[in-house]
Design a protein around this ligand. Structure first.
Ligand SMILES: [Fe+2]
Length: 299
């Protein structure tokens, strides 16, 4: 495949386009109300259900997310009420956050399965990061979830802003099977501005905690994290584990390599960390098994 323009794209053009994103992530008042409700400790499932059911777009998104392969549910979930009862409050909260987040990047005129895969992988990584954070006693579990959720958000940004270039990048990556590490090709298109940098840049604009921005920036090379190596290592390992255990099928970063020193770092906080998460025979199919247990309780 011949490339139609000169690459990498000049950094000034990329920066300018990302600047235009500052208007994109503003949440509407409904989204703000829902997020506030999620933050209040007194909020119950029925409070939340009443609000969500008034918004058909969010209801549809919750059903779509609840039926995604990330949760591996054997039967389809047809109503929001059923989704609430079967998934449980925590997972519903996660689903709502993801639904509100992904809607910021949607192109209303077309649906793209790869963008959907980016979000599914984001959610799987977030859930895994939360589980790892608990196991290694990371003090702020919510930060691990957020950093996992946002780790590849740079792809969504690039996808949204540079759809044609992204399409070429993807096609080239399919042809060059030996170069399936998306980051290498990404560099040839975008220079130094990789999805890690773009993601961190957007999160800084959203005023997310500096540790979360850093973990996103260095999720492929956590040892470069100076502020919070702990969080960067958690996100890196969560990203790798969900790819290996088949929980998520993101088409990007397929060949991301586990950084041993990140695993060693987490072993200092949880002795059998490697066995729990990286041993072939003990893959943590955590998402599916938890949900199947919940389902048995409901049926
Ligand atoms: Fe990545």
């Amino acid at each position: 495949m011949k490339l139609k323009q000169t690459y990498p794209i000049p950094e000034s053009v990329i920066r300018e386009k990302i600047e235009s994103l500052s208007a994109l992530p503003v949440l509407d008042s409904f989204a703000e109300d829902v997020l506030q409700l999620l933050d209040e400790p007194t909020t119950t499932t029925s409070n939340l259900l009443r609000v969500v059911e008034t918004n058909p777009v969010l209801s549809a998104k919750i059903l779509k997310t609840a039926n995604s392969p990330v949760y591996g549910f054997p039967q389809s979930i047809a109503t929001v009420e059923f989704a609430f009862s079967i998934l449980g409050f925590d997972i519903i909260k996660e689903t709502i956050v993801l639904s509100l987040l992904s809607s910021r990047f949607e192109d209303k005129t077309r649906e793209d399965v790869r963008l959907q895969q980016i979000w599914e992988h984001a959610l799987a990584t977030a859930i895994m990061a939360k589980k790892i954070a608990r196991d290694v006693n990371y003090p702020v579990i919510g930060e691990a979830f957020s950093a996992g959720l946002f780790h590849d958000i740079g792809y969504a940004v690039i996808f949204r802003l540079f759809q044609n270039e992204f399409e070429q990048l993807y096609q080239v990556s399919l042809q060059q099977k030996s170069a399936r590490d998306f980051s290498n090709l990404e560099e040839s298109f975008f220079g130094k501005i990789t999805h890690q940098i773009v993601g961190a840049y957007l999160l800084e604009k959203w005023n997310l905690p500096a540790s979360v921005c850093e973990a996103v920036k260095f999720h492929h090379e956590p040892v470069r994290a100076e502020r919070n190596l702990f969080l960067a290592s958690i996100v890196h390992c969560a990203d790798i584990v969900v790819r290996r255990d088949g929980s998520s099928a993101s088409p990007f970063d397929e060949n991301i390599i586990v950084v041993d020193s990140a695993v060693d770092f987490l072993k200092q906080h949880c002795q059998d960390f490697e066995v729990r998460y990286f041993h072939q025979t003990s893959k943590p199919k955590v998402i599916k098994s938890v949900l199947l247990k919940k389902q048995k309780m409901v049926v």
